[in-house]
Design a protein. Structure first.
Length: 216
C-alpha cells in the first residue's frame, strides 16, 4: 500500500515537475562531478522499491556519462541498516565502480541528504553537482535548494527521474550482503524523536549551517 501511495504521489506531482525539461536542461550542464542520491529505509518492501528506483536512475546517469561520481546519502535512520551503504552495494552490483561512489551517513531527513552530501562534494573538490531522485522528492526539496543557494552559495542542478526512461531500464536486483550495512547504534528517530522534532528535520530546521566536514 505504501508503495502504491508513493507512486501515486509521484504521478500527481509529475505535473508540477517538468521532468523532460529539467533533464534536457541538465544535459547542457553535464558531465556532473557528482550526483546526490537520497536514501530510503531498507528492509521495508515498499520503500525498498523506491530505493531500487533511485539507484537505477543514478546508475543510468553514470552509464550515460552525465555523472562522473555518485554520492549516496542516508544513515541508519529507521532501522539498523545504513541506507547509503545498501544503495552503494546495489549500485556496485549494477556495475558502478566503488571508487566512483561516495557516502554520507549523517543525514536523517531529505533536507539533510542534500545538505550533508553537498558538503561531501565540496570536501572532495566536486563543483558541478546535481540532485538525482524521483519527482516527488525533487518537488519537496525545491525550496530548500533555494535556501542552500542563498545561505551557502550552493549550486545544485535538479535531475528528477524520467518515468518513461525508468520503465525500459533493467529491473534486476543484485544480490547483496545487507548485514555489512548494519549500524550497531542506529538513530531510531521514531523511537527517540518527537513528531515535532522529526517534522523540523524534514523541513531542515535542525541543520547546523556552520557545519564543517571532518575527514569525509
Amino acid at each position: 500500500m505504501k508503495w502504491i501511495l508513493y507512486m501515486v504521489s509521484i504521478v500527481v506531482l509529475a505535473g508540477c515537475v517538468n521532468t523532460g525539461k529539467l533533464y534536457t536542461k541538465a544535459q547542457h550542464k553535464q558531465p556532473f562531478d557528482a550526483i546526490i542520491v537520497p536514501g530510503v529505509p531498507y528492509g521495508d518492501d515498499a520503500f525498498s522499491q523506491v530505493m531500487s528506483m533511485r539507484v537505477r536512475w543514478a546508475t543510468f546517469l553514470y552509464n550515460k556519462g552525465i555523472a562522473k561520481n555518485i554520492i549516496f546519502s542516508g544513515g541508519a535512520v529507521y532501522n539498523e541498516y545504513t541506507e547509503c551503504k545498501i544503495m552503494s552495494m546495489y549500485a556496485q552490483g549494477l556495475g558502478v565502480p566503488a571508487e566512483c561512489i561516495f557516502l554520507d551517513t549523517l543525514a536523517e531527513h531529505s533536507t539533510e541528504n542534500m545538505f550533508y552530501s553537498w558538503h561531501v562534494a565540496r570536501y572532495h573538490g566536486f563543483e558541478n553537482v546535481a540532485l538525482a531522485t524521483d519527482q516527488f522528492q525533487t518537488q519537496m526539496l525545491k525550496s530548500f535548494r533555494r535556501k542552500m543557494k542563498r545561505r551557502l552559495g550552493a549550486e545544485i542542478t535538479l535531475i528528477p527521474a524520467v518515468i518513461d526512461t525508468l520503465k525500459i531500464l533493467p529491473r534486476e536486483e543484485p544480490l547483496i550482503d545487507a548485514s555489512s550495512a548494519i549500524d550497531p547504534t542506529p538513530a531510531d528517530i521514531v523511537g527517540t524523536q518527537s513528531k515535532t522534532k522529526r517534522w523540523g528535520g524534514t523541513m531542515g530546521w535542525n541543520i547546523d549551517w556552520d557545519y564543517v566536514p571532518k575527514g569525509q
